[in-house]
Design a protein around this ligand. Structure first.
Ligand code: T46
Length: 133
């Protein structure tokens, strides 16, 4: 599965922690877009889609959330609860995001500008797209 955890540079001292993620070092693409999700209800599940080309890095900036991933072969669950790490997700991976803790913030770095054409939001279409790969 084209998914992996990334460790960021962290500069910690008595003033607090400063975490750095740089393109070409920790982030394996040029970042074209940032967005973040907060105020998500703990009972809410988001996502339910794959991307045709988009690569992303998810960062659980605050609190925790569960990311469930499926690439047609393997299923994986990842808890994001460490702001010093990111979760890289390549394209063609079906994902859901759930179990947001109160106050949780998910920051996402994306390799492309927003384009609805890049989404596959129908699960049967996602499975069919894997056969076309
Ligand atoms: C992902 C997870 C973590 C925009 O207009 N621009 C954007 O850059 C994005 C990401 C979304 N939108 C619009 C599209 C929808 O009308 O915002 C609305 C909510 O988006 P969506 O239903 O796709 O939200 P999630 O949480 O299901 O998925 C989003 C990202 O789309 C997705 O790539 O990995 O967050």
């Amino acid at each position: 599965m084209d998914v992996r955890m990334i460790d960021f540079q962290s500069h910690d001292d008595e003033r607090g922690c400063l975490v750095v993620a740089e393109t070409t070092k920790e982030i394996p693409f040029d970042i074209k877009r940032l967005y973040y999700i907060y105020d998500a209800d703990s009972k809410t599940t988001r996502g339910f889609h794959s991307h045709k080309r988009l690569q992303q890095v998810y960062i659980g900036i605050h609190g925790s959330m569960k990311v469930t991933l499926f690439d047609g072969v393997e299923k994986r669950e990842v808890i994001l609860d460490n702001p010093k790490q990111g979760l890289y997700i390549g394209h063609d991976v079906w994902r859901t995001i759930s179990d947001f803790s109160p106050g949780a913030v998910l920051l996402v770095a994306a390799s492309e500008l927003y384009s609805e054409d890049d989404y596959i939001r129908n699960y049967d279409e996602f499975l069919a797209s894997l056969d076309e790969r």
